[in-house]
Write a protein that binds this ligand. Structure first.
Ligand SMILES: Nc1ncnc2c1ncn2[C@@H]1O[C@H](COP(=O)(O)OP(=O)(O)O)[C@@H](O)[C@H]1O
Ligand SMILES: [Mg+2]
Length: 285
């Protein structure tokens, strides 16, 4: 794959031709349980689109369908002209769709910059062999990638932590490295699964600001799966609400916050931190 290493900097979603993500009538069954039941919504290019819902609502299942980890039992997901449903995760990644993991999937003993360079392997033309032999082209290419990696690190406020092993960073910093690693693949669409889970208020505020920057400065669409309704209301352009696998609301933050069924779903689920066991009850209908 040949991608200009500087191509993704500072342009709008329209200029970059970022397509919409369309989820159409997606159902995922695990035995008798429908983890997702006939879910449809569209993520408009260059927007922050939140998927929220109580524990067991089907958020992670949807995320896994979008990234190719789970297969939809029925329905279709399209990214522009490409049909994602049925594709393997690495093929989906080649369509400029990147995911950051809910549980950090970084190499703790390696430095920030080493972890970020891993995000760029698929963009390198020279490959390992010529890089190992230090051929001029590989060296030049390595410099360009190194520069872009530093830019992305600085963008996420990690510019002074490049040489630190990821394992010794704070939890909030590690989560931002995870997002930076995903950005290093130069995505058009970024999938974030509960990016502020376990964060304190200050870390949450920084992550929310970073998500807005990713939309505004880079023109990337962001799908944000989040348990905490409060966090997404300030930053999402649109919110899709799931409950027991069903889509119960889809609209602006103000619209979904005022929706009686959304209020009922959140009140009915009890404590924000309640266990997901409730998701097993009654969702097979
Ligand atoms: N691999 C799986 N096998 C069986 N059931 C699953 C699997 N993944 C999720 N589920 C079930 O699907 C429902 C939705 O789960 P999930 O998507 O993890 O919800 P959320 O992320 O919104 O908390 C739950 O009832 C969960 O137990
Ligand atoms: Mg989940």
């Amino acid at each position: 794959m040949s991608v200009d290493v500087t191509s993704a900097a500072g342009s709008s979603a329209a200029e970059r031709g970022v397509p919409p993500l369309e989820v159409r009538n997606v159902t995922v069954r695990f035995g008798a349980l429908a983890a997702l039941a006939d879910v449809s919504f569209t993520v408009a290019p260059g927007t922050v689109h939140a998927i929220i819902g109580p524990n067991g609502a089907g958020k992670s299942t949807l995320f896994n369908v979008l990234s190719g980890v789970y297969r939809a039992t029925e329905g279709e997901v399209r990214f522009g002209t490409n049909v994602l449903t049925g594709m393997r995760p690495h093929r989906i990644a080649q369509l400029r769709i990147a995911r950051a993991f809910q549980n950090i999937a970084l190499s703790g003993s390696q430095s920030v910059v080493e972890n970020l360079m891993l995000g760029r392997h698929h963009l390198t033309k020279a490959g390992f062999l010529s890089a190992g032999l230090r051929l001029p082209r590989a060296t030049r290419e390595g410099e360009l990638h190194g520069r872009r990696v530093r830019e992305i690190a600085e963008f996420l406020g990690l510019g002074d932590k490049l040489d630190i092993p990821v394992g010794v960073l704070s939890y909030g910093d590690q989560k931002r490295v995870e997002v930076a690693r995903a950005l290093c693949t130069e995505p058009d669409l970024l999938l974030l699964d509960e990016p502020v889970a376990g964060m304190n208020a200050e870390e949450t505020r920084r992550m929310a600001a970073a998500v807005l920057e990713i939309r505004d400065a880079l023109g990337i669409s962001v799908v944000l799966v989040e348990h905490d309704m409060g966090m997404v209301m300030g930053i999402a352009d649109r919110v899709t609400v799931l409950d027991f696998g069903r889509l119960i609301a889809d609209g602006t933050p103000a619209q979904v916050q005022a929706d009686p069924e959304v209020i009922r779903a959140y009140l009915g689920s009890g404590d924000e931190g309640a266990a997901g066991a409730a998701g097993m009850d009654g969702s097979a209908t």
